[in-house]
Design a binder for this molecule. Structure first.
Ligand code: C2E
Ligand code: CA
Ligand code: CA
Length: 743
């Protein structure tokens, strides 16, 4: 503005006309030069870094850096190309010489990799954090804090350089860093002030405040392709020229002052071409033109900003209603609306519409092992994969469920193929806090109009299908009418409670065969419940009900009492028989339950084995470890059940000193046919032995598998081939049967 005023005061209209014509000619020459074989220079930058550089709504690169670069390019006569993308990638491309000029903060580390122009701006950083958290005058008082900063950013490098006990949480973008603070995954985010403030105001991130004075002042300049040193002098001379003419100052006012960019986006281009058009048409009123341009710019700016305020507010309200805040994807409501529109459009068309839902079923495990915010992180990482499938209108439905809409489906097979392809492409390893997590996915699908006739029914049925797939471990299931919620389930749960209270549960014994002793040396106790009306109910169903409805400990207590009764019977018959009891995930976290187990099995501690799964250990590890240790001190054996299905983490294996490891029946089942299972079994056996544990294979169904496991060094075999679980009324009938078992 200042430079414009000066310019107006010192020109006459004749002179103006000549300058305008000159500018026009020069501009034409510069535009032609590159075509005639002039230099091409490629500008690179992060894909969304407003107000510095970003793609504007018209798809053109825009922002302060772009405006300065354009001026430099015009002055140097370059042809220009732009690539805005992933920040780490762009930095690599600059190092490789695939892009030539990338604006960034100057640091010693970066100076070793690239050339740098003279500074074009000075910027500082701010700490953003939740309201109420302590503020910091500098970065040296942040020890013990978790600070989010963008990967490869100046702020990240400077935090590392501080060499303090700061946990740096890598974010994919500045926005991501701020979101991590809102989700409690980081205490603070360290961001360039301009960027951080804009995200904060633009997205209305509630509860976030600026918690430091300006820190980390840094110069901002063009980093230059190390393979093109000749560009440095050209850039510097253009920058000097822009500084002398006041142009750099006015560009920084235009783009970097608060609210500068919103009103100036597009208007600078418009202004430039407006000048040229006027010069060609009349070549007269140059000074007048500037006057009108300034006035016009003001009015246009005011209108634009009022309009954009209204537009922004409407957009934000709509977004709040329709977008999931964790992932930024459409939410359930918007998804169902999409489905409804699609159903309406499909009437009279040939194709069908299908709703597919994918579930991330290791989300719970991640939350158990780490915490809820790590679970959120997993969901966000996964949603980054999902959002690339815009063709399928992806949405986040909460609780690890993602919705997809398939249109133009020819039949069930077609739907199945498409959904399976989707699941395959989404099954990728994702990194959560440095841990590589393999996503375990299940999918469910329902098709219109066969399965349901309305959008919400279609959605509900796809959800039933995915829940069934998750429970049964299937990768993909279509809705079937048998999946409809059973109104009798509530009744069944209440019946189960009554059966437990009435002592109506029973237990089957499944023999365990020792390879070295060549005889049955123990048995696993497996619960059985016969409903008076519906008959036997599978334990994997009702154990979950008891867990979900808070009465699993009643079952555990009954099981422990039954084990004590059995062991006393074995003792009275003068027989040694180990009894294995299954514990549930919550049992070991309860001190009172562990006290009761220790007290009620006192006489039989050394014959008792408690089977626990890895997930049981992962809740409150230290607490569980303390209770496991108490049981071990008493002489109770601890067995790791279902080995191979969880995380099979070496850390847990070493920390807990298991007496026994049970290879899950999933790997034992096809051992004779599937080489991978064979290898897994062998590795598990060797590992178990190295840790000093006995290795049990469960689910041994045939002679061939049994021999194979014996050859591999497995210590104990359990499965239908050895003996099916049987409810034992009288031990005197059971013992001769198991005594006869010989391999
Ligand atoms: P689990 O601990 O993995 O128990 C082994 C399951 O494999 C049993 O199923 C058993 O009948 C079955 N099985 C044994 N040999 C074979 C075989 O050769 N082939 C095949 N295909 N299956 C075999 P079951 O009895 O239905 O028990 C299912 C699950 O219920 C158990 O899995 C365990 O997690 C849970 N459970 C059973 N009893 C109790 C209990 O008293 N308390 C708790 N908390 N959970 C229990
Ligand atoms: Ca078991
Ligand atoms: Ca098992």
């Amino acid at each position: 503005m200042t430079s414009v005023m000066k310019f107006r005061a010192s020109t006459s209209s004749a002179l103006t006309a000549r300058i305008a014509l000159f500018l026009l000619c020069m501009s034409a020459v510069f535009k032609v030069l590159p075509v005639l074989g002039g230099t091409e220079v490629k500008f690179g930058g992060s894909h969304h870094y407003p107000p510095f550089h970003y793609y504007a709504q018209d798809g053109q690169p825009s922002g302060f850096d772009v405006a300065v670069f354009q001026q430099v390019a015009d002055a140097a006569g370059w042809a220009t190309r732009y690539k805005l993308g992933d920040w780490s990638e762009i930095q690599n491309e600059l190092k490789e010489g695939l892009v030539d000029i990338v604006p960034m903060f100057v640091s010693d580390g970066r100076k070793e990799k690239y050339f740098f122009s003279n500074p074009i701006n000075v910027e500082y950083h701010l700490l953003f954090g939740p309201l109420g958290l302590s503020s910091h005058n500098d970065l040296t008082s942040l020890a013990g804090r978790r600070i989010a900063a963008e990967i490869g950013a100046f702020a990240t490098a400077e935090l590392q350089r501080l060499d303090q006990d700061i946990e740096i949480i890598s974010a994919k973008s500045e926005r991501d860093a701020l979101l991590m603070v809102t989700h409690g995954e980081a205490d603070y985010a360290l961001l360039p002030s301009q960027i951080g403030r804009r995200i904060l105001t633009g997205e209305e991130l509630e509860g976030i405040a600026i918690l430091s004075p300006p820190v980390l002042p840094a110069t901002y300049a063009f980093a230059i392709n190390p393979k093109r040193p000749e560009l440095v002098a050209q850039v510097n001379s253009a920058i000097e020229q822009m500084q002398r003419s006041g142009q750099l100052y006015s560009l920084s006012n235009q783009w970097l002052l608060p609210n500068g960019a919103e009103t100036s986006i597009g208007s600078s281009q418009f202004g430039k071409w407006f000048v040229l058009a006027l010069a060609v048409l009349c070549g007269l009123m140059f000074a007048g033109f500037w006057y009108y341009r300034v006035q016009f710019g003001r009015i246009q700016g005011a209108l634009l900003s009022r309009d954009s305020l209204v537009r922004d507010a409407t957009r934000k309200i709509k977004n709040l209603y329709n977008t999931d805040t964790l992932t930024g994807l459409p939410n359930r409501k918007r998804f169902i609306r999409h489905v409804a529109v699609s159903l309406a459009q499909s009437v009279g068309q040939n194709g069908n519409v299908a709703v597919g839902i994918v579930t991330l079923h290791n989300l719970d495990t991640i939350q158990d092992i780490l915490d809820d915010s790590a679970g959120d992180r997993l969901v966000r990482e996964f949603s980054a994969l999902v959002e690339t499938r815009t063709d399928l209108h992806p949405a986040y439905l909460g609780q690890g469920l993602f919705g997809f809409l398939f249109t133009s489906i020819s039949d069930r097979n077609d739907a199945f193929r498409k959904m399976q392809n989707l699941i395959t492409t989404l099954s990728q390893d994702l990194s959560v806090r440095g841990i590589l997590v393999h996503t375990q996915l299940s999918g469910g699908m329902a098709i219109y109009p066969v399965d349901a006739e309305s959008a919400s029914d279609l959605f509900q049925r796809a959800k039933l299908a995915v829940n069934n797939a998750r429970k049964s471990g299937a990768q993909l299931l279509f809705f079937t009418s048998s999946m409809q919620p059973d109104p009798q389930k509530l009744q069944l749960i209440s019946d189960l409670k009554m059966s437990i209270a009435a002592g109506e549960l029973s237990w089957a014994l499944q023999p365990q065969y020792s390879v070295s002793a060549r005889k049955v040396i123990g048995a696993e106790m497996l619960i059985r419940w016969k409903h008076p009306e519906y008959g036997w109910v599978p334990p994997c169903d009702f154990i979950v009900w008891a867990e979900q409805n808070g009465f699993i400990q009643d079952i555990t207590e009954a099981a422990v009492a039954n084990a004590s009764k059995l062991m006393s019977q074995f003792k009275s018959l003068n027989r040694d028989c180990r009894i294995s009891v299954n514990l549930s995930a919550n049992d070991l976290a309860s001190d009172a339950m562990v006290d009761r187990i220790i007290a009620s099995t006192r006489e039989y501690w050394s014959s008792l084995t408690l089977e626990i799964t890895e997930t049981a250990l992962m809740r409150d590890v230290q607490h569980v470890a303390k209770n496991v240790e108490r049981l071990k001190q008493a002489g109770v054996h601890i067995s790791l059940d279902d080995y191979g299905t969880g995380y099979s983490s070496l850390e847990y294996l070493q920390a807990f000193h298991f007496d026994e490891i049970k290879i899950d029946r999933m790997f034992v089942k096809d051992i004779a046919r599937v080489e991978r299972n064979r290898k897994l079994a062998q590795v598990s056996i060797d590992l178990g032995h190295q840790l000093g544990a006995i290795v049990v294979a469960e689910g041994v169904e045939d002679n061939e598998s049994a021999n194979m496991l014996i050859d591999m060094g497995c210590d104990v075999l359990q499965g239908y081939f050895i003996g099916k679980p049987v409810i034992v009324d009288d031990l005197e009938d059971y013992l001769p049967v198991v005594d006869a078992i010989r391999l």
